[in-house]
Design a protein. Structure first.
Length: 214
């Protein structure tokens, strides 16, 4: 997989990261939340299928299980259960702390851009003590691209093909990690300049990428 190069480095360096399945393994907590929703509503939800395809906004997934006239209530119920069900079981993915530390060591800023509602994402960031400078929630696809441009990011790291599409739209370097639902071939096809097995490889990639433009 290629070592993508930065074409421009803002001052200071700003690196965007997706949250779910990029920085954190939220599958156990999300699974628990969906089980609570299913139990309360009596609606069957294939939780294993849900956590195998994390990435898109909550409404997209719940629409697979609830008709349109019940969707808003299901979303509200999910968000009601989430703080109690999802925060404690969620752990950082391998290399997450080191990746953020590498950005800080390079004098950079960390911007998390996620489809998750900002308040819920903040619970994870604070619980795990992740050093995040800016957190943007409720962003998906082109919405992520807007946030990346607004905050001056030059890199976006994510696990989903839509993350790589957002990086491409924003004109920044997309770095894929295969810790989520998308494999290396899919991430590369979506525009990733580099694909890493997980964030443990990110500090070396960042050093190499910065040297290539320094």
């Amino acid at each position: 997989m290629g070592q993508g190069a930065l074409t421009a480095t803002p001052t200071p360096l700003t690196v965007g990261f997706d949250l779910d399945m990029t920085l954190i393994d939220s599958r156990p907590g999300i699974a628990a939340t969906y089980r609570s929703v299913s139990a309360r509503t009596g609606v069957y939800i294939d939780v294993d299928a849900v956590v195998s395809r994390l990435g898109p906004p909550l409404a997209h997934e719940l629409a697979n299980w609830f008709p349109p006239d019940r969707l808003d209530d299901a979303i509200a119920l999910y968000r009601e259960f989430y703080p109690g069900d999802a925060i404690t079981p969620t752990l950082p993915l391998p290399g997450a702390a080191e990746a953020l530390a590498a950005v800080r060591a390079a004098g950079g800023r960390v911007v998390v851009v996620t489809a998750k509602r900002a308040g819920l994402a903040r619970l994870h960031v604070d619980h795990l003590g992740l050093p995040v400078d800016v957190l943007v929630g409720d962003a998906w696809a082109d919405g992520k691209a807007v946030a990346l441009r607004e905050h001056g990011a030059s890199i976006y790291v994510g696990d989903h093909v839509a993350d790589m599409g957002a990086a491409r739209t924003a004109g920044v370097v997309g770095v894929g990690v295969t810790t989520g639902p998308c494999d290396a071939a899919a991430l590369t096809a979506a525009g990733a300049a580099a694909v890493l097995p997980d964030l443990r490889a990110f500090p070396q990639w960042l050093e190499t990428a910065r040297i290539s433009v320094g």
